[in-house]
Design a protein around this ligand. Structure first.
Ligand code: GMT
Length: 381
């Protein structure tokens, strides 16, 4: 198996707007560029898999309608699809992203395949809330713990998430830290004055946040910081994405009388175009295993004001690519924003350093680490 030049890899991920799906898709596409055959298995075509690429296959998990099912048994359908794809395409391994429910479904599929005399090693990549939030809930905990221990290889996207996993799940598996990565050809600081002019006047700054607007992101903190900043520096806040917190945010903007200065852009495909027009990016979460959006901003030359939680300090270097502040400390975030924005030379220095920091996570440095792991996994199975 080791001397095979090209692997056949199955990838299970969430197709939705979110970091774990982005990492899974970009990794799969990078592997396909190297000539490996990559089979994505999900309930919807992943967001960043819209255009055709050779060696990339997509297998949709369809749900069986039956009046008895109040809850459609997606997990069973997913396991069956994995078994079918693994047998039909002779997969060498399966890489599942986000533990719930993918790791346990992978284990079930692997067991079924073993009964059919087919080996399928499993790599599970833990992305964050599958461990720090959802996985800790009693309704999932024993299954998550078991499925992590049953995976052939386990990776986390930061050292912080590795420590959280060991602490919370007392896992017996070795965990390898492989951080999120960035394509610096796609995410760069090429200016787009025309696009910037469509949002702000010449003298105005653009502050930005991108996420799925979940509570964990603490976006009201960003609005409150912006409210203070805009009283000192002419600026606008661009909020990109959508999710359960949207109405809370709209209400807050009305309450603070800043509706004309906060622009909600909804979900966007090419975030790199928008990031390039930003002067400062915010990621103020109270749980964050890595913070891919912060890395994307830094790669576009945008300094980051972030919280100090989870894996964020491994990405955003305090005083270099931006500032790392205490969760919920609006005043500190406000002062750090002013420090960067009020002096042009300081701003330019931070912009350059943000790119330097992002270079540490260049795709070409990180993707080969997954490849190495794939080969080890196949060799040991
Ligand atoms: O951050 C999100 O809301 C999406 C979430 C996901 O599971 O898709 O992202 C997680 O995985 C990303 C990719 O590894 C990380 O960069 C994010 O930090 C992590 N989110 C959290 O831990 C909250």
């Amino acid at each position: 198996m080791m001397c095979k030049n090209h692997l056949k890899v199955g990838v299970v991920c969430y197709p939705t707007y979110g970091g774990s799906g982005v990492v899974a898709t970009e990794l799969g596409k990078a592997m396909a560029c190297e000539g490996h055959q990559v089979h994505f298995i999900s309930y919807k075509r992943p967001a960043r898999l819209s255009s055709f690429q050779p060696n990339v296959f997509y297998h949709e998990v369809t749900n069986f309608e039956y009046p008895l099912f109040d809850y459609k048994p997606y997990d069973t359908a997913l396991a069956s699809k994995i078994v079918d794809v693994a047998l039909h395409y002779e997969l060498d391994l399966l890489h599942v992203h986000y533990a719930i429910p993918h790791a346990i479904i992978a284990f079930i599929a692997k067991s079924i395949l073993l009964a059919k005399k087919k080996r399928l090693p499993i790599i599970t990549t833990l992305h964050g809330t599958d461990i720090t939030l959802v996985g800790l809930d009693g309704s999932f905990y024993p299954v998550v713990q078991f499925s992590i221990n049953q995976s052939d290889k386990v990776t986390t996207v930061s050292e912080s998430l590795k420590q959280d996993t060991i602490k919370a799940f007392q896992t017996t598996r070795d965990i390898e830290v492989i951080p999120n990565f960035i394509d610096l050809k796609k995410f760069n600081n090429k200016p787009n004055h025309a696009l910037k002019k469509s949002f702000v006047k010449e003298e105005e700054k653009v502050l930005m946040h991108i996420s799925n607007f979940r509570k964990v992101k603490r976006i009201p903190d960003i609005v409150k910081v912006f409210n203070l900043v805009q009283q000192k520096i002419p600026s606008k806040l661009l909020l990109i994405g959508d999710g359960p917190e949207r109405t809370v945010l709209e209400d807050l903007c009305r309450e603070l009388h800043i509706v004309d200065k906060v622009i909600f852009l909804g979900k966007q495909e090419s975030v790199e175009d928008l990031l390039r027009i930003a002067d400062l990016f915010y990621l103020t979460s109270d749980h964050e295993s890595f913070g891919l959006s912060a890395l994307e901003a830094m790669a576009c030359g945008v300094p980051v004001i972030s919280s100090n939680i989870g894996g964020i300090p491994e990405v955003n270097k305090d005083g270099f690519s931006g500032f790392v502040c205490k969760v919920g400390d609006i005043e500190q975030m406000f002062f750090k924003s002013l420090h960067i924005l009020t002096d042009e030379a300081t701003h330019q220095q931070f912009k350059k350093q943000a790119i330097d920091q992002a270079k540490k996570f260049e795709k070409s440095k990180i993707v080969p680490r997954y490849m190495e792991l794939y080969l080890q996994c196949i060799q040991n199975s």
